[in-house]
Ligand binder design. Structure first.
Ligand code: KIV
Length: 272
């Protein structure tokens, strides 16, 4: 799949995009999809959303480190220009900076990705600093954190009250101070996203967080119409699910009518 020599984007390239050009990010979980997205995006995010999108789990909580490593490796192998960031699954970074280092080092060594993403605000700052000082680049993720679904009481947009807004701002600043090179803002009210983006010197990457962010990320399956229902903040740029269904229906019809395989798809004994 790889051809020619293309320089892969680094975290420095991503930081330098702030105030220059919006950062374009999409999730990718498999080699073929990563290969198609690669030249169009700055960041391929191997999100732990794969638990729900690919494996049909109810939340991202059951996703394991081994799953993230397997998908991360597939995405790195199939891409050559995007900066690949792999999500750290629930339970892999929270216990201590040392155990987080061991999990993140495995991800970097075994996938070849450029950085990891960690959900959490001020409470994860010590860990992010520990990792950053030991050559593990970290993208932060604050506001709606899907791994906190039970603690948050669901997937609601964040920043409704003054107290909530202050906490999200404090979290974003703490993550930047700890050394994160970028931060995902998920489901944040527009004026708060604008304030955070103005306050930080690292890029903010929004999902459901308005165009005031320095960049945007979407779950690719939502964006191409592979998931049945999509949240309000998603724009569906294609209806790939409908195309697959049509192809499957056409194939089934032809097999039942004995129209497939046709002459072009059959191996015949050579004439001699
Ligand atoms: O897991 C994921 O895909 C994510 C993005 C939605 C930001 O964290």
């Amino acid at each position: 799949m790889k051809s020619g020599i293309v320089r892969r984007k680094t975290i420095v390239d991503i930081v330098n995009l702030k105030k220059v050009s919006p950062v374009v990010a999409l999730t990718a979980y498999t080699g073929p999809v990563a290969c198609m997205l690669d030249k169009h995006v700055d960041i391929l995010l191997v999100g732990d959303s794969l638990g729900m999108v690919v494996y049909g789990m109810e939340s991202t909580l059951p996703v394991t480190l081994d799953m993230m490593i397997a998908h991360g490796r597939a995405v790195v192998n199939a891409s050559q220009s995007a900066c690949v960031v792999v999500d750290m699954p629930f339970g892999s970074t929270q216990a201590s900076p040392e155990s987080a280092f061991n999990a993140c080092a495995r991800v970097l060594k075994e996938t070849g990705c450029q950085a990891v993403k960690i959900e959490g605000g001020a409470e994860m700052a010590e860990t992010i600093a520990f990792l950053q000082q030991r050559a593990i680049p970290v993208m932060g993720h604050v506001a709606l954190m899907p791994q906190h679904v039970h603690a948050l009481g669901g997937y609601h947009y964040q920043g409704r009250t003054k107290k909530e807004r202050q906490k999200i701002m404090k979290d974003a600043i703490a993550v930047e101070k700890a050394g994160a090179f970028a931060v995902v803002l998920e489901c944040v009210e527009e004026s708060l996203a604008r304030e955070i983006t103005a306050e930080l010197s690292i890029p903010t990457i929004g999902i459901g967080a308005s165009p005031t962010c320095d960049g945007q990320v979407l779950v690719v399956d939502d964006m191409i119409g592979l998931t049945p229902a999509t949240p309000r903040f998603v724009k569906r740029y294609a209806e790939v699910g409908a195309v697959i269904e049509q192809a499957a229906a056409h194939y089934a019809k032809e097999v039942r009518a004995r129209k497939f395989p046709g002459a072009a798809h059959v191996f015949n004994k050579p004439k001699n």
